[in-house]
Ligand binder design. Structure first.
Ligand code: GDP
Ligand code: MG
Length: 140
């Protein structure tokens, strides 16, 4: 498997509790390199666009409210098989189903306040990275 890039968000529940460093340590311990990173407070328009795929789901409004409730850290992660590797260390969407040792098992508060986002496929990774980073803001 070749070196890949994936897009990550450290969500407002984590920045609120000052957990950025602890989440980053778990990312790095999983063998992923943080090659782009910025702290940003998402606008409603940015959050709506980012989660557009979920626009018809009943939790969309709550999700957009949560993602704009405080600062987030947007990141580009690089490594072997990075998309799946990050999904593994993130753990299941619902923290009650997340395996011990994963970021969500360690820190998530609920299914919406679940600490991190990670891309689910190469196409979405490329599209999500492009929403927040220009090429010169990513240093491998
Ligand atoms: P992910 O890829 O593991 O983040 O999960 P999804 O892409 O399926 O969902 C995106 C985000 O929407 C999740 O990380 C949660 O924050 C939120 N979410 C997903 N399912 C639910 C749900 O059933 N209820 C609520 N309140 N939020 C949800
Ligand atoms: Mg997803």
């Amino acid at each position: 498997m070749a070196v890949q890039r994936t897009f990550s968000i450290i969500k407002p529940d984590a920045t609120k509790r000052n957990l950025t460093g602890k989440v980053n340590a778990m990312i790095e311990d999983a063998g992923l390199r943080i090659v782009g990173q910025r702290r940003v407070h998402l606008s409603e328009a940015q959050a709506k666009r980012f989660y557009e795929v979920h626009a018809e789901r009943p939790f969309y409004g709550d999700l957009v409210n949560f993602m704009t409730s405080g600062p987030v850290v947007v990141q580009v992660l690089e490594g072997e098989n990075a998309i799946a590797a990050y999904r593994d260390v993130m753990g299941a969407t619902n923290p009650s189903e997340a395996k011990p040792g994963t970021i969500r098992a360690a820190f998530a508060e609920s299914i919406d306040a679940n600490t991190v986002h990670g891309s689910d496929a190469p196409e979405t990774a490329a599209e999500e990275i492009a929403q927040f980073f220009t090429d010169d803001q990513i240093v491998g």
